[in-house]
Design a binder for this molecule. Structure first.
Ligand code: SF4
Length: 366
């Protein structure tokens, strides 16, 4: 297989078959950067509406730099992997203040900026400045592991280094950005995880996996260890017609997002063995239990969450907790204006009718 043959086949195929994505052909580095950050670990179809919303609200880097973290997280709400949004926001302030709102086209400089790991730096430098850096995302890993029939475990770092090396070797010096894009597109639309469309693939004659009939088996991925299940209670506490919301602390998962206070349960918890006094102690709240709901389920990368919802009435609006850095008492509309994470949205959707009724009842009675 000759590199130049692969390069020209891919290029021809891409020019004819590329999907018209909103950031494709974009010249503004800021928009390309936003799209690359959003696309990490996220499907194109999910990203498109977020991309439009985001660049409409923050159409320049200065606007994003000036926004509050709460505004940024609200726009990102539902897209997941929120550290991407927090880093993007932190990075804009650094680029505005230290680089005069211009992206430094130097890899070593970029790697000093939050959120710019090797992948993002390579992607932005090749797509915006046409610099010869190969990008290796999940799609490209799959294409290359099949093209070269790599039978090593794709989760291992030495396999990933090997794939990066193959990508760097394949990269044409004249159009590295377009080649990166083309390889990602081939993985997304043709060399798909299951049932790759080999008969219409431009590389079908060069592909070692196809020649060896391994295309349905590769890439080889070792099984992940079973992930544990965590059980917690979303404590929906109300006082009069308002509900208590707390902000998740910095350096914690989902930092900056809001939720009803969460009480972590010990293993072996059953709903009947629930102990209200430990919740009173943890949050220094004088509360009484009014209602319980079955648990909602939510899965994160490293664990499954079973989140029970319980409704409590508080005697006063005093609240104190070392776990949370900020809190607010809010009506339902106020809650919806905050950036709230997905598990908490599930809780809110399950309990909303009851919460609305509490708020209305209080207004009628007073
Ligand atoms: S021939 Fe099939 S397996 Fe090989 S790169 Fe193309 S789509 Fe993927």
């Amino acid at each position: 297989m000759r590199d130049s043959t692969v390069q020209s086949k891919i290029r021809k195929w891409f020019r004819k078959n590329k999907r018209p994505l909103p950031w494709r052909g974009e010249k503004n580095w800021y928009y390309i950067w936003i799209s690359e950050v959003m696309l990490q670990q996220t499907q194109v179809e999910q990203v498109i509406p977020y991309y439009h919303k985001f660049i409409k609200k923050f159409n320049t880097i200065e606007r994003l730099a000036k926004a509050s973290q709460e505004e940024v997280l609200k726009i990102w709400e539902g897209l997941g992997y929120y550290s991407r949004a927090r880093n993007l926001h932190r990075a804009t302030k650094i680029i505005v203040d230290n680089y005069n709102s211009t992206l430094p086209p130097i890899r070593e400089e970029l790697l000093k900026i939050p959120g710019f790991g090797p992948y993002t730096a390579n992607a932005v430098l090749s797509l915006v400045f046409n610099q010869p850096y190969g990008v290796v995302d999940g799609n490209i890993k799959r294409v290359l592991s099949r093209l070269f029939a790599i039978e090593d475990d794709i989760r291992e770092s030495k396999t990933q280094k090997k794939i990066q090396q193959l990508m760097d070797n394949l990269l044409p010096s004249k159009y590295p950005g377009e080649f990166n894009e083309a390889m990602m597109e081939l993985g997304a639309t043709t060399c798909t995880p299951t049932a790759p469309l080999c008969p219409v693939c431009p590389l079908s004659k060069d592909c070692q996996a196809r020649i060896k009939k391994l295309e349905g088996i590769l890439p080889y991925k070792s099984k992940r260890a079973k992930i544990p299940t965590t059980r917690s209670v979303a404590c929906i506490v109300y006082h009069q017609d308002l509900f208590l919301l707390v902000k998740r602390p910095e350096h914690e998962m989902l930092a900056g997002l809001w939720e009803f206070p969460v009480f972590k349960l010990n293993n072996g918890y059953s709903d009947s063995g629930f102990n209200i006094s430990s919740i009173r102690n943890q949050f220094n709240l004088d509360i009484s239990l009014k209602k319980s709901w079955p648990a909602i389920k939510h899965t994160y990368t490293h664990f499954h969450l079973k989140l029970y919802s319980k409704l409590f009435e508080a005697v006063s609006s005093e609240f104190q907790s070392e776990l949370y850095e900020d809190y607010r008492w809010l009506g339902i509309d106020g809650i919806k204006k905050l950036p709230v994470h997905k598990a908490m949205w599930k809780v809110l959707n399950t309990t909303e009718a009851e919460l609305e009724a509490i708020a209305k009842r209080y207004i009628v009675d007073t």
